[in-house]
Design a protein around this ligand. Structure first.
Ligand SMILES: [Zn+2]
Length: 309
């Protein structure tokens, strides 16, 4: 099955043709263009439609369009029901309907974190697990719980915002979402950089901080360990709640070295109940392909039970 896949992020729009058959999906004709998000939702929509049409011209036999996008999506109609300040004017976009009209194809839309998780769950690190908790930690932190190929959507489409759950190290800290005490304020990349600076470091680059930690820089080690402890605490709590067969970590922070991952495992072990103590914590395998594959998969077989007739 050939599907046009689009991944809309705050900085770039990726488009490609994804072929789903037996085994590993193939990706052709991939093009990345700047989102130009600051120019507003209508402008971004124009760029998305143009990108989809360029793939369609190369693959006129494509059966439909799968879209992964920043923001909270109503997967029933492909509307964007919430988007933060990174995508001004994106909220309220009738993304699914506009794309379907413009290209004359059926369209499936889902949130980009959900798309990433679906890709990993069906074709990546979770392909042999009946259920998995996928967590992406980079500039922000989010995730999705996938059970037998279906993503938990929640009553408001908000389920999986694992960056916005409480953790002891974050107590009292203001979060980007407007609430306080959320793990993202300690575990995400900017938090590691801020803590490193606070401890006397002089770089805000995550990869550089990681190199310094591995070379024995005490401040870098402490900043990474604090983030690892916070994430491990939350993963332990989530394992107790959802009991996934596997936990899959992706995003730039997941590339941190052993000072981070050792702290993560220590905190996880402290929180996890005995039956989930050995739940495997894996690295994502698909990288940047995951949301494109997940978007195509969502078109082929809906990611949400709510969409089943
Ligand atoms: Zn928050």
């Amino acid at each position: 099955m050939k599907i046009i896949a689009i991944d809309i992020g705050g900085t770039k729009i990726a488009s490609a043709l994804v072929t789903l058959a037996e085994g590993v999906p193939s990706i052709e004709y991939q093009e990345n263009i700047p989102t130009e998000a600051k120019a507003g939702g209508a402008h971004v929509l124009e760029r998305v439609i143009a990108a989809a049409k360029r793939v369609q011209a190369l693959a006129p036999d494509a059966e439909g369009i799968g879209v992964s996008t920043a923001g909270v999506v109503d997967p029933r109609n492909g509307d964007i029901v919430y988007a933060n300040e990174i995508m001004p004017g994106w909220c309220g976009t009738h993304l699914g309907a506009e794309l379907a009209d413009a290209c004359g194809l059926r369209v499936g839309v889902l949130n980009d974190v959900h798309a990433h998780a679906l890709g990993e769950a069906r074709h990546g690190a979770g392909r042999n697990a009946a259920s998995c908790l996928c967590v992406a930690v980079g500039t922000g932190m989010s995730g999705a719980f996938v059970d037998h190929g279906f993503i938990l959507l929640g009553a408001h489409g908000v389920a999986g915002h694992i960056g916005h759950v409480g953790c002891t190290l974050a107590a009292g800290l203001p979060c980007t979402c407007g609430a306080t005490g959320h793990v993202e304020t300690v575990a995400a990349g900017p938090a590691i950089a801020a803590e490193y600076i606070r401890l006397g470091g002089d770089s805000e680059d995550g990869a550089e901080i990681n190199r310094r930690a591995l070379a024995g820089d005490e401040a870098a080690i402490a900043a990474q360990a604090r983030a690892g402890l916070a994430l491990g605490e939350v993963l332990g709590s989530m394992a107790n709640t959802f009991d996934p067969e596997a936990i899959i970590l992706s995003g730039s922070v997941a590339n941190c070295g052993h000072h981070w991952s050792d702290a993560l495992r220590t905190a996880y072990a402290a929180l996890a109940m005995k039956p989930v103590a050995e739940t495997p914590i894996l690295s994502g395998e698909l990288g940047g392909d995951a949301p494109l594959i997940g978007a195509a998969e969502h078109f082929k077989a809906p990611a949400y039970r709510e969409l089943l007739a």
